[in-house]
Design a protein around this ligand. Sequence first.
Ligand code: GAF
Length: 379
Amino acid sequence: MKNEALKAKFQAFFGHDPAITVHAPGRVNLIGEHTDYNGGFVLPVAINYGTTIAGSARQDSKVDVVALDINEESNQFDLSDITYTHKQSWANYVRGVLKVVQERYPDVRGVNLMVTGDVPQGAGLSSSASFEIALIRLLTQLFSLPIDGIEAAQIGQEAENSFVGCACGIMDQLISAMGKPGHAMLLDCDQLNIAHTPVPASLAIMIINSNVRRGLVDSAYNIRRQQCEQAAEAMHVTSLRQASLAMLGDAKRNMSDTVYRRARHVITENARTESMFNALQNQNVAVISELMAQSHASMRDDFEITVPEIDYLVELVHGQIGDSGGVRMTGGGFGGCVVALIPKNRALDVTNTVNKFYHAQTGLKQSVYVCSAEGGAFA
Ligand code: GAF
């Protein structure tokens, strides 16, 4: 929805113009999966799909929020008593963010908010992180809070961890806040250091949504997280970031085969992510291709977070592009999307191939997006 239309809707609902309108992008991760909560490396891109919020400050401590894309549902609460709502799960992102912001900045007041977005929901492209970061950006501007992109990401993550109930890492919030147009962002999730590198101009960023319904995602995610912690404990390190394959080999007898393979994924994925940053910098497409293929195999065989439909999509695209580009599953897993970096002049062929074979093989209808790398809300 265009900003003008959003402002008109806001005025019709609240009876006054919004003071500001803000936007925060969703993301696609090029490589570095399930490494963020292990203090490791990730390499995401902010995309041209995101969440837009129009808002104004109130004189009292009430929050009144309308979700245009969820049947224009509205939710109200008071800052003095922020509780979890089971009836409108989307509203917990607003409640959680305001709870954390208020704990850090007690002077924050009530707000009127209207939200709209175009990140495909439940596809692993961070619609929720973009919602949180847009809201934090809005509060930052409205109340002149000294929040920067790193703190915004920490607030979003804390809202998810302690209020919404998802034990996610910090990648999604940080790229939504700090992405740079045309660039991918290497994030060291231990030190929170950031380095950007251009996505080679010859490559298109293609996202293919498998439209596999993602069931039991949170519980499977949390189990992976626990298994990583068990592996770290068996190696006497505080996080898998400090572990090496040699240490893992030495500690193998102190852990189950499953835990061993989970740790092997994380340790090798960290190395691949750093190598991918260099490969992007050097525009070395053959290396990009190989690293993305290895990453996918590791998620499939060691971390066990892919599903047959996603594996099929990866094989299909890989068969088309060979080593002229890369393809792998992206995001938390158990469905969701595949990301491919493909020569721009092959985008149409690949789309046609996917359209021709995916539905016939799986009975599902895919969606294909060719994306651009955008700037973050705090960049
Ligand atoms: C989800 C989480 F929210 C991220 O923090 C990250 O762990 C990702 O899954 C897997 O890499 O998007």
